[in-house]
Ligand binder design. Structure first.
Ligand SMILES: Nc1ncnc2c1ncn2[C@@H]1O[C@H](COP(=O)(O)OP(=O)(O)OP(=O)(O)O)[C@@H](O)[C@H]1O
Ligand SMILES: [Mg+2]
Length: 254
C-alpha cells in the first residue's frame, strides 16, 4: 500500500520583512485510495502545505519529513516529485503563454512516464477526458490557462489529473469559482480518477458542498500552520455550522 507521510513539518518563507514561519509541525499520513479533506481559515497555511509537497522553491522546509513509500520527497526536484507520482492542482493555476493545452499535456505525460504516449490512444484519451469534463474541443489548441475563466482553469487541472494518473493528488480549492453543474462535473472527474487509479487525495476546501460529491474518509482542521483537529465527514458539517471560532485563541490567530 502506497503512503505519503508528512511528519512534524515546519516551513517558512523569506520576505522583504524577514523570515515568516508558516507551518508549525504538520503531521499527515495519506494512503492510496484515501480522501483527506483539509479545511481551515484563510491564511492558516493550507496552500503552503500543498506547495511544500510539490517542491515550490519559495517555501523553505526547516524541519520535518515528507516521504513517499519511504523515499525522501524533500530530496527530490519538482520534476522528480511529479515522476514519483505527486500532483498538485493549484489554487491559482498559472498561464503559460505560447504553450497549447495539447502540447503541455503531451510534454507533461512524456516527462512523467519517461516515454512519449502512443499518439493514437493518447489523442483518444484527451478527447474522452475533455468530453467527460464538458470541455469544448477548442481548448485543446488554446494556450494553457490564457484567458480561461476561473471554472475553466479548474477543469483543466482535473483534465491533467485524469491524464497524468498520479499516485497522490493535492487539490487546492479546486471547487472555488465553480457553478453548480461544473462542481458536479469536476467532482465526477475526481471520483473517476479515484476509481480507475486508486489514487490518494488531499482536498483543500472551504465548503462542504464539494464533500457531498467527493466523500472524504478524514477531515482535518488546519489552524495557524498545523492540524488542530481531525475527524470523519461529520467534522466538516460541524465546521460549516460553527465556523472556526473555537480554534482561534489569541495565540494562534494569524
Ligand atoms: N510567498 C509568501 N510571502 C509572504 N507570505 C506568505 C507567502 N506565502 C504565504 N504567505 C503567508 O503565509 C500564510 C499562509 O498562506 P497560505 O496561502 O498557505 O494560506 P491558506 O490557508 O491557503 O489560505 P486561503 O484559505 O486564503 O487560501 C498567509 O499569512 C500568507 O500571507
Ligand atoms: Mg490557499
Amino acid at each position: 500500500m502506497s503512503t505519503l507521510a508528512i511528519t512534524d513539518l515546519h516551513v517558512s518563507v523569506q520576505t522583504d520583512q524577514g523570515t515568516v514561519q508558516i507551518l508549525n509541525g504538520v503531521d499527515l499520513t495519506i494512503k492510496k485510495g484515501e480522501i483527506h479533506a483539509i479545511m481551515g481559515p484563510n491564511g492558516s497555511g493550507k496552500s503552503t502545505l500543498a506547495y511544500a509537497i510539490a517542491g515550490h522553491p519559495k517555501y523553505q522546509v526547516d524541519s520535518g519529513t515528507i516521504t513517499l513509500d519511504g523515499e525522501n520527497v524533500l530530496e527530490m526536484s519538482v520534476d522528480e516529485r511529479a515522476r514519483a507520482g505527486l500532483f498538485l492542482a493549484m489554487q491559482y493555476p498559472v498561464e503559460i503563454p505560447g504553450v497549447t493545452v495539447t502540447n503541455f499535456l503531451r510534454t507533461a505525460k512524456t516527462a512523467i512516464d519517461g516515454e512519449a504516449p502512443p499518439i493514437r490512444t493518447w489523442l483518444k484519451d484527451i478527447r474522452t477526458s475533455m468530453a467527460n469534463l464538458r470541455m469544448d474541443k477548442v481548448f485543446a489548441e488554446r494556450n494553457v490557462n490564457e484567458g480561461f475563466s476561473g471554472g475553466e482553469k479548474k477543469r483543466h487541472e482535473i483534465l491533467q489529473l485524469e491524464l497524468l494518473k498520479p499516485a497522490f493528488a493535492v487539490l487546492d480549492e479546486t471547487d472555488s469559482g465553480l457553478d453548480v453543474d461544473a462542481l458536479k462535473i469536476v467532482a465526477d472527474g475526481v471520483n473517476r480518477a479515484k476509481e480507475t487509479t486508486g489514487l490518494g487525495i488531499v482536498l483543500i476546501t472551504h465548503y462542504t458542498r464539494i464533500l457531498r460529491y467527493i466523500k472524504p474518509d478524514f477531515v482535518h482542521v488546519f489552524v495557524a500552520g498545523r492540524i488542530a483537529e481531525q475527524g470523519g465527514p461529520e467534522l466538516a458539517d460541524r465546521l460549516e455550522a460553527e465556523g472556526y471560532d473555537r480554534f482561534l485563541t489569541p495565540a494562534n490567530v494569524g
